[in-house]
Design a protein around this ligand. Structure first.
Ligand SMILES: *Cc1c(COP(=O)(O)O)cnc(C)c1O
Length: 221
């Protein structure tokens, strides 16, 4: 028997009230999402466009859908009508596509910029120089239908807690630096999405405001 509600309640008791919990439901059936929903959970994370669209159609309207996976520009239009927050913006091209689709939907879509902080080459995201180059560009300031809410990062998948801590620390320092230099007067630049099942405790200590947790809630995938 699954204990999704129990897992959520346990996590909520461990996580400070100021940190948002996104329940990562990728690969899990809508019945599992409903169990979490009935336990009061409203924020869910998915990493495949079609899967998120299909689940959204079957589930209550007050769910906040967080897109956390690599997003291809050509599939963006499918999620723009309803997505709550896109955590994984990793190129200007993608951001500009989101902006176009958001305008068509008369929306301003909240986005996080994904920063590559891990040792693994496979993880997507900007590095420090790339993200600054984009932020200072004129094309960036022309995007009126996206709202940059902060940064997202994934640490290296490792047992080395010092390495994980250093990567999260790097992300937090970059966040503070960008906030001071480029978003100072913009109070909505205030989110850092970092921390998963294996490393959320470290992430919270290092300043995370959003944790994305899957297996600790729904079990192994
Ligand atoms: C799958 C996934 C998670 C959740 O991972 P767990 O280890 O199951 O908690 C978080 N963030 C991203 C981007 C993911 O793809």
């Amino acid at each position: 028997m699954s204990n999704i509600a129990g897992n959520i309640n346990k996590l909520k008791s461990q996580i400070p009230a100021s940190v948002n919990l996104v329940a990562v439901s990728k690969t899990k059936p809508v019945s599992d999402i409903m169990e979490a929903y009935n336990a009061g959970q409203r924020a869910f994370g998915e990493n495949r466009v079609q899967e998120m669209v299909d689940k959204k159609d079957e589930l209550p309207n007050d769910i906040e859908w967080h897109y956390i996976g690599h997003l291809q520009s050509k599939k963006t239009k499918l999620i723009i009508p309803f997505v709550y927050l896109i955590h994984s913006v990793d190129s200007f091209k993608l951001l500009s596509t989101i902006n176009v689709e958001a305008l068509k939907n008369s929306r301003i879509v909240d986005c996080l910029l994904q920063i590559h902080i891990a040792k693994e080459e496979t993880k997507f995201g900007f590095n420090r120089e790339e993200v600054i180059e984009m932020i200072v560009s004129e094309e960036f300031s022309d995007l009126k239908n996206v709202r940059i809410r902060g940064l997202m990062g994934m640490a290296t998948f490792t047992d080395d807690n010092d390495l994980i801590r250093n990567e999260f620390r790097y992300l937090f320092e970059l966040y503070k630096d960008l906030k001071n230099r480029y978003f100072g007067d913009i109070s909505h630049f205030n989110e850092i999405s970092m921390g998963m099942s294996g490393d959320y405790e470290i992430a919270i200590k290092e300043g995370s405001t959003i944790v994305r947790i899957g297996s600790n809630i729904f079990g192994e995938r």
